[in-house]
Design a protein around this ligand. Structure first.
Ligand code: UGA
Length: 434
């Protein structure tokens, strides 16, 4: 069994580490957040993810989970060091590698014996080489650098890690077969297929996959306006497309308020930046990005259309997280829509999210937080579905009707039964459906 130091206990680090204990490996979580690490030892997690609390508990019980803020201790105690630190995008679109550089430097300064360093942070092509250079500067002994991009999805992180479609493992040319086997064996239980390649391919594959999924979303979103004009329901189009095996049943063709979160918005811009550095203007992905931000404004325009003539309208926003089953509000679509509504002069905005209310408060927006959808829609003039939570899918529209003042719905996730809504007398607008 391996002893693995997880450097950076964010989403990826935490989920990866906890899942590795399932196979009997020992992990040490490292982060600068002392309180968060202390909580981990008590089984208290900083994120909401299905199945993670149970796996965490099992790992703790077996004594496979340790924590430390001290990189020297983590480097001493581990044979493998896995870097899972954030790589946000800078204003010019390039990834900010300062956190990663610093983390590698600190680990390298503490290294006294051969180690395998795995990079899991999404980082540009050449990052494995960069890690190698940094380590070499501080450490003369034997070490290897491996690139293993992460493909898990928030909201179903455990499931998408444990049953990944594939694990991609990138090695430098001079890595020994023994090291290769150890790393392949480490990830084998978690992938239907293991793709062994070089570090550059592994690094670029993560960006290209994310950008492609983002492209699918912007593609279907680009059709919503046209569908509305044609009187076609875009959901029918998505279904027809997904039945084509070349496109596939899981294709990212769910129309909505655009993609959010920490990955797609950042990675699309990063690929444009990478291409630019090599003299290629990636117009396609520039447009993908534009369509995405435009789509959020389209939602605000629909709301404005419904309430503009109402005196002091109350708008109810249901959903603040960037997708369902997570409390993550990074690049939240709701934030953009609410900011636009505030710009348009709307002051009475009530919001509710089953998990993300507290996280959203960091944006300091002048809005009212409610504890249930029913409180949020009380006396409302426009109900807006922003996140596709199951709770909203099952909304009791009869009750909603009794509570609202004016019967307007903007359903940015096409979640509700539009025919029923119309039958009950609601003015209804989805995305790409009349
Ligand atoms: C994404 C990728 O799907 C993962 O494979 C990758 O590992 C991860 O980024 C990452 O780079 O770490 P994630 O951002 O967690 O995962 O969530 P997704 O399920 O991909 O959704 C991203 C956004 O796209 C959400 O706002 C979601 O609502 C939106 N979306 C997704 C759509 O609007 N339509 C779709 O059909 C699918």
């Amino acid at each position: 069994m391996e002893k693995i130091g997880i450097i950076g206990t964010g989403y990826v680090g935490l989920v990866t580490g906890v899942c590795l204990t399932q196979e009997g490996h020992g992990v040490i979580f490292n982060d600068h957040k002392k309180e968060m690490l202390a909580n981990l030892k008590k089984g208290i997690l900083p994120i909401h993810e299905k199945d993670l609390p149970e796996l965490m508990k099992a790992g703790l019980k077996k004594g496979l989970i340790d924590v430390s803020t001290d990189k020297k201790y983590v480097a001493d105690q581990s044979d493998i060091l896995m870097f899972c630190v954030q790589t946000p995008s800078k204003e010019d679109g390039n990834a900010d590698l300062s956190y990663l550089r610093q983390a590698v430097k600190e680990v390298a300064q503490s290294m006294k014996s051969p180690k395998i360093l795995i990079n899991k942070s999404t980082a540009p092509v050449g990052t494995a080489r960069l890690i190698r250079e940094i380590v070499r500067h501080f450490y003369n002994g034997q070490f290897d650098v491996v690139s293993v991009p992460e493909f898990l999805q928030e909201g179903k992180a455990v499931e998408t890690f444990i049953h990944a479609d594939r694990q991609v493992v990138g090695f430098e040319d001079d890595v020994s077969d023994e090291v290769k086997n150890r790393i392949v064996n480490l990830f084998k239980p978690f992938g239907k297929e293991i793709v062994v390649t070089n570090t550059k391919t592994a690094e670029f594959s993560k960006y290209v996959c994310n950008a492609f999924l983002a492209l699918e979303i912007s593609y279907i979103n680009s059709m919503t306006g046209v569908s509305e004009k044609l009187g076609i329901d875009i959901q029918d189009i998505s279904r027809i497309m997904r039945l084509d095996k070349r496109i596939g049943p899981k294709a990212f063709l769910e129309p909505g308020p655009g993609y959010g979160g920490m990955c797609f918005p950042k990675d699309v811009v990063s690929v444009v930046g990478i291409a630019d550095r090599f003299g290629y203007t990636h117009k396609l992905l520039q447009v993908v990005n534009e369509i995405n931000w435009r789509q959020r404004l389209n939602v605000a325009e629909k709301i404005h259309h419904f309430v503009q003539k109402i005196d002091k309208p109350k708008i109810s926003i249901l959903g603040l997280s960037f997708k369902k089953n997570t409390s993550d509000v990074r690049n939240s679509q709701s934030k953009t829509v609410i900011e636009e509504l505030l710009k348009l002069g709307y002051k009475n905005i009530a919001v509710y999210d089953p998990l993300a209310n507290d996280n959203f408060k960091q944006f300091n927006l002048p809005i009212e937080y409610k504890n249930s959808w029913s409180e949020a829609v009380d006396g409302s003039d426009c109900l807006v579905i922003m996140t596709e939570w199951d709770e909203f899918k099952q909304l009791d529209l009869d009750l909603v009707k009794k509570k609202m003042r004016t019967l307007n719905i903007v359903d940015s996730r096409n979640l509700l039964d539009k025919e029923l809504a119309k039958k009950l007398g609601f003015n209804y607008m989805g995305m790409g459906r009349k």
